[in-house]
Design a binder for this molecule. Structure first.
Ligand code: IPE
Ligand code: IPE
Ligand code: MG
Length: 261
């Protein structure tokens, strides 16, 4: 499975036998989670602990996004969803929100070429209204320039909220039913699921949350129904490849039963 399509970082690793795989450790290639979703949390506390402004934590967290994208690609993860801004994060001070809204543009201006080179497909999951134009256009450019790539899907959850996406999906289906286009009895889990913002992405196999918080904070409530959860106290800016591979190894030790035996 790992050898299927893969991104560039994976190919490079396979081509370079001299590169040591120490960090990867005992990860088995057969049971790599296809979709990993991450609640990137703890940027503010990381900064505070260092006497820095919260935005310094967000800036540093951007480097972790790059690091973990590469790490995921190296082992053959196909979809990586990163929770970058929730529908509730608008409650934060205006200056912090403005800083967060500028990060996608900054991240992509530094990383887009390398993402393209490594066959990554950039996607976004969230409501575009309310997001500043410069944020949306930076992401749309990345989506457009990577749409024909066949490697890792890097999916940013930006202005994303799961309750809101379910209400929207219900409205959309109700509108079609009211207009007579859709028989309400035809609505099933598959149709409802594909009406969500995650569209046709497979459900996450593994959810990671950093910073010691043990909650979902309105993230992929429907899609995480049978995902494995892994939590760490580590703050997002210092979340390393080793931490990521620790989560993967733990995932590989679990038995997923989906209600069966
Ligand atoms: C995660 O870090 C990033 C976003 C939610 C945008 P936080 O900003 O939530 O950091 P903490 O939780 O306050 O430490
Ligand atoms: C969840 O983190 C949202 C993102 C990581 C983008 P929060 O920091 O907003 O969550 P709460 O407020 O602690 O639940
Ligand atoms: Mg937080």
């Amino acid at each position: 499975m790992v050898n299927r399509i893969g991104g560039g970082w994976l190919r490079r690793l396979q081509g370079d036998k001299s590169q040591s795989n120490e960090a990867i450790g005992e990860i088995t290639t057969e049971n790599v989670p296809q979709h990993v979703a991450i609640i990137m949390d703890g940027n503010g506390r990381w900064a505070k602990a260092r006497g820095l402004p919260r935005i310094a934590g967000h800036h540093s967290g951007m480097k972790t996004v790059k690091r973990i994208t590469k790490a995921a690609d190296r082992i053959g993860v196909r979809y990586l969803t990163m929770y970058a801004f929730s529908t509730e994060n608008w409650k934060r001070p205006k200056a912090e929100v403005e800083f967060l809204m500028k990060l996608p543009q900054e991240f992509l201006s530094i990383e887009l070429d390398e993402l393209i080179e490594n066959n990554v497909q950039v996607k976004m999951m969230g409501i575009r209204d309310l997001l500043p134009d410069y944020t949306v256009s930076a992401i749309e450019e990345a989506v457009r320039k990577t749409e024909n790539n066949t490697g890792l899907v890097l999916n940013f959850a930006l202005n994303y909220g799961s309750r809101m996406e379910m209400v929207e999906a219900a409205r959309k289906l109700a509108r079609s039913a009211a207009s007579g286009e859709l028989d309400p009895e035809a609505i099933d889990e598959r149709m409802f699921g594909s009406s969500l913002l995650s569209g046709n992405l497979p459900d996450p196999d593994l959810l990671i949350r950093t910073s010691g918080e043990l909650r979902l904070s309105n993230f992929m409530l429907w899609q995480l129904a049978y995902s494995e959860f892994w939590f760490t106290d580590v703050y997002w800016p210092e979340f390393s490849e080793e931490h990521f591979y620790e989560a993967i190894r733990e995932y590989q030790r679990r038995a997923r039963r989906y209600g069966g035996l």
